[in-house]
Design a protein around this ligand. Structure first.
Ligand code: NAD
Ligand code: NAI
Ligand code: ISE
Length: 337
C-alpha cells in the first residue's frame, strides 16, 4: 500500500521532507499540500514534479478524502490547531517540533489523542534516529563507561535559524532537541532547571540573549549542562559528552576528510541542520511511513512533546527568576508507556 500524505507548510523543512518522501524513501506519495504562502506551495509542487493538489487551507488538506496521513511543517504557533484537527479526523499526523508552543497546548493534544483511543501523533525529534546518538546510546546501554554522572552538551547554530527567532526561542524552540534526546539517551526525566545568561555576543539582534547555559538535573541525579549558542558564526555544531564512573563517551563527529596542507591539519564543519541530520530525517520518515502503514505509531509521542514543553517552560521561569526551578512532571499515563 502507498501511504497518501498531505503536507501543511512548504517552507524550509516542508520542502526538505517532501523531497525525501518523493525521491529517496519508499511507500509514500505526497498528494496534497497547503501553505499560507500559496505561491510557494504551488512552486514546490511544480519543482518536485508532484501529482498533488494545492489547498488554500490546511484544514482542507486534513479532511481531503484521498489523504491518509499528515505532515505538519508550518511554523510552530500553527501546529496545535493542525494536530488537533488531524486527531479529530482520525488520521495519523507527523508534527515537526514543537508539538505546540505552550505546554497547555501539548496537554490538549495528549488528552484528545487519549480520547480518540489510539496513537496518532509523532513529533519531529529526529535526533533519536541519528546514527551517532544511537551509537552513544549503545555505549551507555552496554555499561561501557559505568553509570553516567555528568553530560556536557552544546547546540550551536551559525546564525539565528529564522527571521522570527526571538525572545526565549533558544529554550522553547531550539534546545527542545536536547530536552528530548537526552531523556531518551539516559532513560530518565528531569527534576530541575537553572539557566545562566553569560556575556552576550554582539553579533546578533541586540534584543536576543545569546548564548545561554542550561543546567538540568535528572531523577537519577545526573547533572546536564547545555550550552545554547545560536549565533556562533563558525558552523552548525552539536556536541554531547557523557562522563561515566569509569570513562567518558563523546557523540561521534560527522565524517569529514582530514586535510594536511600548508602546515595545517583541517576538516570541514557543517553549517546547517539540513546536512547534519540528513540521514536521521531519512530514517525518521521511513520508520514513520512503515509504522503508519502497519497501523502503529512508534516514534516520539505527544507525551514526549508535552514533557519537552514543560521542561522548556521551567527553563524560561529559571532564566528570569535566576533560581533553580523544579520540573514537576505528571505521571505518564499507561496509554503512553
Ligand atoms: P519556514 O518558515 O521555512 O516554513 C514554514 C512554512 O509554514 C512557511 O512556508 C509558511 O508559509 C507556512 N505556514 C505558516 N503558517 C501556516 C499555516 N497556517 N498554514 C499553512 N502553512 C503555514 O520554517 P521551517 O524552517 O520550515 O520550520 C517549520 C517547522 O519545522 C517549525 O516548527 C520548525 O521548528 C521545524 N523545524 C524543525 C527542524 C528540525 O531539526 N527538526 C529544523 C527546522 C525546522
Ligand atoms: P519556514 O518558515 O521555512 O516554514 C514555515 C512555513 O509555514 C512557511 O512556508 C509558512 O508560510 C508556513 N505557514 C505558516 N503558517 C501557516 C499556516 N497557518 N498554514 C499553512 N502554512 C503556514 O520554517 P521551517 O524552518 O521550515 O520550520 C517549520 C517547522 O519545522 C517549525 O516548527 C520548526 O520548528 C521545524 N523545524 C524543525 C527542524 C528540525 O531539525 N527538526 C529544523 C527546522 C525547522
Ligand atoms: C530549528 O528549528 C531546528 O529544529 C534545528 O534542528 C535547530 O538546530 C535550530 O536551532 C532550530 O531553530
Amino acid at each position: 500500500m502507498t501511504l497518501k500524505i498531505g503536507v501543511i507548510g512548504t517552507g524550509a523543512i516542508g520542502k526538505e521532507h517532501i523531497h525525501r518522501i518523493t525521491h529517496k524513501l519508499k511507500g509514500a506519495q505526497v498528494v496534497a499540500v497547503s501553505d499560507v504562502n500559496l505561491e510557494q506551495a504551488r512552486a514546490v509542487v511544480e519543482g518536485e514534479n508532484l501529482q498533488a493538489k494545492v489547498y488554500e487551507r490546511g484544514v482542507d488538506v486534513i479532511n481531503a478524502s484521498d489523504v491518509d496521513a499528515l505532515i505538519v511543517t508550518s511554523w510552530g504557533p500553527t501546529h496545535e490547531e493542525f494536530v488537533l484537527a488531524s486527531i479529530a479526523a482520525g488520521k495519523p499526523v507527523f508534527c515537526e517540533k514543537p508539538l505546540a508552543v505552550t505546554a497547555e497546548g501539548c496537554r490538549q493534544i495528549v488528552d484528545a489523542e487519549m480520547a480518540a483511543g489510539r496513537k496518532l501523533v509523532q513529533v519531529g525529534f529526529m535526533r533519536r534516529f541519528d546514527q551517532s546518538y544511537r551509537q552513544l546510546k549503545q555505549v551507555l546501554t552496554a555499561n561501557t563507561i559505568g553509570a553516567p554522572l555528568i553530560l556536557n552538551c552544546s547546540h550551536r547554530n551559525p546564525q539565528s535559524p529564522s527571521s522570527d527567532f526571538s525572545g526565549d526561542m533558544a529554550l522553547t524552540d531550539s534546545c527542545v532537541h536536547e530536552f528530548d534526546v537526552l531523556r531518551w539517551l539516559l532513560d530518565d526525566d528531569y527534576v530541575s532547571a537553572q539557566v545562566i545568561q553569560p556575556r552576550k555576543t554582539r553579533l546578533c539582534d541586540a534584543e536576543l540573549q545569546d548564548p545561554h547555559v542550561i543546567l538540568l538535573r535528572t531523577r537519577q541525579g545526573i547533572h546536564i549542562s547545555i550550552e545554547s549558542f545560536v549565533n556562533c558564526q563558525y558552523g552548525y555544531d552539536i556536541q554531547c559528552q557523557v562522563v561515566g564512573e569509569t570513562g567518558t563517551a563523546n557523540l561521534p563527529e560527522p565524517a569529514s576528510v582530514p586535510v594536511r596542507r600548508e602546515a595545517k591539519l583541517s576538516s570541514d564543519i557543517l553549517v546547517s541542520w539540513k546536512d547534519r541530520f540528513i540521514d536521521a530525517f531519512d530514517v525518521e520518515f521511513q520508520e514513520w511511513i512503515d509504522a503508519t502503514v502497519r497501523g502503529e505509531m512508534t516514534g516520539p509521542s505527544a507525551w514526549d512533546g508535552y514533557v519537552v514543553a514543560l521542561t522548556g517552560d521551567a527553563c524560561v521561569k529559571a532564566k528570569y527568576s535566576g533560581q533553580i526551578e523544579p520540573i514537576e512532571l505528571p505521571e505518564c499515563p499507561a496509554f503512553y508507556r
